[in-house]
Design a protein. Structure first.
Length: 753
């Protein structure tokens, strides 16, 4: 094996928007994307095209640098990069001279054949968070990970890799934080001081460049903001996708789907979405409907719509090899499938039997795929579930030599799922006119938030998975994926009634709340566990619908700043050691105001750690001082959820569907505090893109505990709120009460407590 280490600077010059530093064996290209984002691309192949699936921004053109005999220094208003010339080593500093992160001085960057690795200095108190959908602890230190999108059926709390790859992490130490995004789609590796007690971490990829973006903003929240500026933010999800979603592999006929939907309405359990898993298709042929069991899709969906339900249908990438099947014929004729190097179409086996796989890396193929959704949108489908896109093939690794466009499988496997989701999003967005499509994908890479929601694949019906699910959702949030769900109840196996009840209580506080189960498992709908348990599950779903004004405003915040909906405490309380403790690492903020402490179904008390500030228990208004550990009750009907003092939470009476307009009363809940707080309240029609043209309703709401006033500033935007009245609901004030309704208008409203 050949070993090359990045050696010394031979020359330096600026070319377009890159500073090019040449060494004997490679070229380091440095560019600036914003004051807090510097890209370093160390490449042995500068002749290759510089392209990215993730990054949607361009670097600035000016790269101010200074040179001394030993060093090159690049400074922005936020970050300083000092490059040691011999050997070439990169060190990032704050503008006031504090070392944030640097190469290991001895080993820096090196190559073993085509494999590139970066060795980085480890600080004594350094912790690591991120990498998206990765099992293990919140603090990644002491663990190693591989990025290689995998159909991780039956995964456990330590399994790696899973379905998605997000080679982006955040390091924190000595009151500092930084982000590091290795934009390399090959199989990649991250070792956070797991395999050596020497003072370094190491990371790299099988091939390609050491192409990384360094984020130097001082807080985790700002790093996420910068990362999502670079790779994009999710747009507003359709409001219905935030309602309760009922799925199963599979409801076997249109009648069965309708019966389940009807039962929600009969039992007055709020719900918005039904799913069709693979059995709605004819012989698992994508873009077809089963001619017997789903014979009249348009009528079927019209009936669902009459019940105020939306339908999501699954699609897999594998196209069945069968003459006469439109997608097969067209794909073969036009050469749209992945091939062997000799030009033959690659064949793999999945549900439909032997299949070919669309080459989603080509624009014409993506367009063709997107347009085919007409078979689903025409009868009325508005949500599109992309499964098996790691891509998964029975019992085999897709051979290394399989080609997608001009690239081989090892280079693009990690982005195949994202490109499928992109084709699905682009196509269905066109087909649905002005309506927002809902796209859900299992495999993903950095940037997928621009097209799709994700879920965490085939989890299991046990308590470990309930806790792991919370960590996965929180970790995905760090990498820009705000719309995330887990299979509530656990996909494989059968949950106990207690687990089902508990998991639903957590579902309320999960960005996407979907109940799903493997085939042949026991039925999972809320009424399958006896009346008492049904009442508890119903309460959780009702709570979800009460919180929708708050949740929707939080999604708006995500669309603006990239701040996730479920936020690990590491985002705001980064330098508080205790939040990383194994007992507390599953806790998270749901939006800005609510702290949720997941609890297993077999414990009816739990210890929680409440970070800085003052807190109230949501269910009782009991008060708690922050920076302390508590043992609290956690009965199945009362998941420990706490409200940060001073919070403003807009709520409503629950409805049976997001399509019900409700009673028109906005309930503004205020919890007393000791500092001025504010909330950006946001509303729009929930279905269209009109908000992009100003058709939204947005206003700042402030609470001043000193003057005891709540102020709703004048509303911005053209949209007429669906609320006609506002009611202030006070918590933690001398006279705790629900106050009279007052008219809700666009003008400034001042309310004296
Ligand atoms: O080989 O479509 O993760 O949610 O129900 C299994 C059937 C294929 C895997 C997905 C799961 C889905 C199932 N699919």
């Amino acid at each position: 094996m050949q070993f090359h280490s990045l050696s010394s600077l031979q020359s330096i010059h600026q070319q377009n928007n890159k500073l090019i530093i040449k060494t004997a064996e490679a070229e380091a290209q440095v560019s600036i994307y914003s004051p807090g984002i510097i890209r370093v691309n160390i490449t042995q192949h500068p002749e290759n095209k510089d392209e990215s699936f993730a990054v949607i921004r361009e670097p600035v053109t000016e790269i101010p640098y200074q040179e001394t005999e030993q060093e090159v220094t690049i400074s922005t208003t936020a970050l300083v990069l000092r490059i040691n010339k011999s050997p070439l080593r990169f060190s990032f500093y704050t503008t006031d001279g504090k070392l944030i992160s640097r190469d290991d001085e001895r080993f820096g960057t090196n190559w073993q054949n085509s494999r590139v690795t970066n060795y980085r200095e480890l600080r004594p108190d350094e912790k690591f968070i991120g990498l998206g959908e990765k099992a293990g602890n919140l603090n990644r230190r002491g663990s190693q990970y591989v990025n290689w999108n995998t159909d991780a059926v039956d995964y456990g709390p330590k399994t790696d890799p899973l379905y998605e790859s997000f080679p982006f992490f955040i390091g924190v130490h000595s009151q500092l934080a930084y982000g590091y995004f290795l934009d390399n789609t090959h199989k990649s590796y991250f070792d956070f001081a797991a395999s050596t007690d020497d003072q370094f971490i190491w990371l790299g990829a099988d091939d390609g460049d050491l192409n990384y973006y360094f984020f130097g903003a001082p807080t985790v929240a700002e790093i996420i903001k910068d990362y999502t500026w670079l790779t994009g933010r999710m747009e507003m999800p359709p409001l219905w996708s935030l309602g309760y979603q009922q799925c199963r592999w599979s409801y076997m006929s249109a009648q069965e789907v309708l019966d389940v939907a009807q039962k929600f309405r009969d039992l007055n359990i709020p719900a918005d979405v039904m799913y069709c898993d693979i059995d709605y298709m004819q012989d698992f042929k994508i873009f077809t409907w089963n001619q017997e069991t789903f014979a009249q899709p348009a009528e079927f969906i019209a009936k669902l719509k009459a019940l105020n339900f939306k339908l999501v249908t699954i699609v897999d990438p594998g196209i069945k090899i069968e003459k006469g099947y439109q997608q097969y014929d067209e794909g073969v004729e036009r050469g749209y499938f992945a091939t062997y190097p000799n030009g033959e179409n690659y064949t793999g086996e999945v549900w439909p039997g032997r299949c070919h796989f669309p080459d989603f890396f080509r624009e014409d193929v993506r367009e063709w795929w997107g347009a085919a959704f007409q078979a689903l949108t025409e009868p009325g489908v508005e949500g599109f579930w992309n499964d098996m896109n790691e891509p998964a093939v029975w019992n085999q690794n897709i051979p290394w030599m399989v080609k997608f466009g001009d690239k081989f499988m090892p280079e693009v496997r990690n982005v195949y799922g994202m490109e499928m989701a992109r084709a699905t999003y682009d196509g269905t967005r066109k087909l649905l006119g002005n309506k927002r499509p809902f796209v859900l994908t299992r495999a993903a890479y950095c940037g997928t938030q621009r097209y799709s929601a994700v879920w965490t694949g085939d989890n299991t019906a046990n308590d470990d998975h309930l806790l792991l699910g919370a960590r996965l959702v929180n970790s995905l949030g760090i990498t820009g994926m705000a719309m995330v769900g887990v299979d509530i109840g656990g996909f494989s196996g059968n949950p106990t009634p207690e687990l089902m009840v508990r998991w639903n209580s957590l579902g309320t506080y999960t960005p996407m709340y979907r109940n799903h189960a493997i085939r042949f498992s026991e039925y999972r709908e809320p009424w399958q566990y006896g009346t008492d348990n049904m009442e508890l599950i119903k309460k959780s779903i009702e709570q979800r619908y009460r919180l929708l004004p708050y949740l929707y405003s939080t999604f708006h915040e995500s669309s603006q700043s990239g701040m996730p909906v479920c936020r690990t405490l590491a985002i705001t309380y980064t330098h508080d050691e205790l939040i990383y403790h194994e007992d507390y690492q599953n806790q998270f903020m749901f939006g800005d105001a609510l702290l949720v402490a997941p609890v297993i179904s077999t414990s009816l008390t739990t210890t929680v750690y409440l970070p800085q500030g003052n807190w109230y228990r949501l269910s009782s208004n009991e008060t708690f001082e922050g920076q302390k550990e508590y043992t609290v009750s956690a009965p199945l009907h009362d998941l420990p959820v706490f409200v940060k003092a001073g919070s403003i939470i807009p709520m409503q009476n629950f409805t049976q569907s997001t399509q019900d307009n409700g009673d028109g009363v906005l309930q503004l809940n205020i919890w007393n505090g000791d500092a001025i707080t504010s909330l950006a309240y946001y509303e729009d029609d929930g279905v269209s893109y009109d908000y992009e043209q100003g058709n939204y309703h947005k206003r700042t709401i402030t609470f001043n505990p000193l003057s005891k006033t709540v102020k709703l500033l004048k509303a911005e935007g053209d949209y007429n709120s669906r609320f006609r009245q506002v009611q202030f609901i006070l918590h933690g004030f001398e006279n705790q009460s629900e106050l009279d309704l007052i008219n809700y208008t666009n003008e400034e409203i001042t309310f004296q407590i």
